[in-house]
Design a protein around this ligand. Structure first.
Ligand code: ATP
Ligand code: MG
Length: 393
């Protein structure tokens, strides 16, 4: 079926009281951005407390639906058949044709729900309900009316044109990106951090990201994989500014000077410090990681505490209570899984100790870090200065 308009249902935005228009405006902006890359001409706008998208030119309805399914803030997408008002007899034909095409199996119950945004229309809503209901019953002997629990609620809206719709495709929910400030995602090539980014963006947060690599220990392909993951997350979050930090010298220094069972924790502390540097530079209000309690040695409560200690910004860990299986499910659903499991090396796994501490003592970690004094400042400065920044869309 060819649809000419989409009616967008939004959930939580509706409870924002006086600020509601800000959320609606952000939603319209995000819809425009999501459709701007598709073939066709689209017009997204607010009207009478609703959001509509009118489509023109040559466009693919499935593509439009898929793009809208990635816009946070949308809870339902209703594909609408929009027809010029050519009189009531023509409307009857249009409605019958709609039912015929959208519901090939007619063993269903239905109810017509008419609304008149255009009050000069010659029939009342009640009359439209009755007359269209009758036309449908006449056309399809098997079909029944059920005014209480119909299988199909057929909406007919009389506006300038006439809008016919009955299907609601679920949207992703959440809040439109751009309504909650910005945060810095520590993005690795794994399964977890892209999911953490997705979940935070879903709450309306704009994303920036930092990736640490260790050439020549990690390859160009490992880096490309992270750029690709950032692109996949950007399909939901909008453009992501990605900082790619060369972490090799810092890692080598830690490896030379610090106890090997503390390598991972100390490394993670430097990652947080550098990510926070970029975060503050660009006005981010927090850091995001893909950590989950107890997943690996560096994610025990004690390790998280040691990592957290160096941060002054809040650290958001949306996966904190998720099991790996749950994280995998989200990553499959949002389309990052296939890329995440590509086998390229990660800088964390290269300099890893055989028996990392699982209950690091913060005092001891701090003391180990003093061994880096005198050179780490310069290495930190170099890492920040030589970082490459790309914006992925
Ligand atoms: P992931 O699947 O996200 O890589 P993980 O299970 O491999 O997570 P760790 O490697 O301990 O867990 O990393 C925990 C978190 O630290 C990651 O989710 C990510 O936010 C951050 N992180 C780890 N390595 C890097 C890296 N090379 N660059 C940027 N962030 C990283
Ligand atoms: Mg990892």
């Amino acid at each position: 079926m060819k649809y000419q308009t989409y009616l967008i249902k939004y959930g939580e935005i509706g409870i924002k009281g006086k600020n509601r228009y800000l959320f609606e405006d952000a939603l319209v902006r995000q819809i425009r951005a999501a459709l701007s890359r598709l073939e066709g001409k689209f017009h997204a706008y607010k009207a009478q407390g609703r959001v509509y998208v009118d489509c023109e030119g040559s466009y693919d309805c499935d593509e439009v639906t898929e793009a809208l399914k990635r816009v946070f803030g949308i809870v339902g997408i209703c594909p609408v058949v929009r027809r010029e008002d050519r009189g009531f007899e023509e409307l009857k034909k249009d409605v019958v044709a709609y039912m015929d095409e959208v519901y090939p199996d007619k063993k269903i119950t239905f109810k017509v729900d008419a609304r008149r945004a255009r009050k000069t229309y010659p029939k009342t809503s009640m009359e439209i309900n009755c007359d269209l209901g009758e036309a449908i019953l006449e056309a399809f002997p098997e079909i029944r009316v059920d005014v209480h629990h119909p299988d199909v609620m057929l909406h007919v809206e009389v506006r300038e044109d006439i809008y016919i719709y009955s299907e609601i495709i679920p949207g992703p929910g959440g809040m439109p990106v751009g309504t909650s400030g910005k945060a810095m995602l520590l993005l690795s090539g794994g399964i977890d951090s892209p999911v953490a980014g997705y979940m935070t963006a879903k709450r309306g947060v704009e994303l920036e990201a930092t990736y640490f690599h260790a050439p020549p220990y990690t390859s160009e392909r490992a880096k490309q994989k992270v750029v690709d993951l950032a692109k996949l997350v950007a399909r939901y979050s909008g453009p992501v500014k990605l900082h790619i930090v060369n972490f090799t010298d810092i890692q080598l220094a830690i490896y030379e000077d610090c106890p090997h069972d503390e390598l991972t924790i100390i490394m993670r502390r430097y990652m947080m410090r550098i990510a926070e540097h970029f975060a503050k530079e660009s006005g981010c209000l927090g850091l995001i990681t893909g950590e989950s309690i107890g997943q690996v040695a560096s994610q025990t409560m004690q390790s998280l505490m040691a990592t957290n200690e160096v941060c002054t910004l809040p650290v958001y860990r949306p996966l904190i209570g998720f099991d790996k299986q749950q994280i995998v499910e989200v990553s499959e659903r949002i389309g990052t899984y296939e890329t995440s499991i590509l086998p390229y090396e990660d800088c964390c796994t290269i300099f890893v100790a055989k028996h990392p501490v699982t209950k690091p003592d913060v005092e001891k970690i701090r003391k180990s870090e003093t061994k880096l004094e005198g050179k780490i400042e310069e290495l930190f400065r170099q890492a920040v200065e030589t970082a490459e920044t790309v914006t992925v869309e």
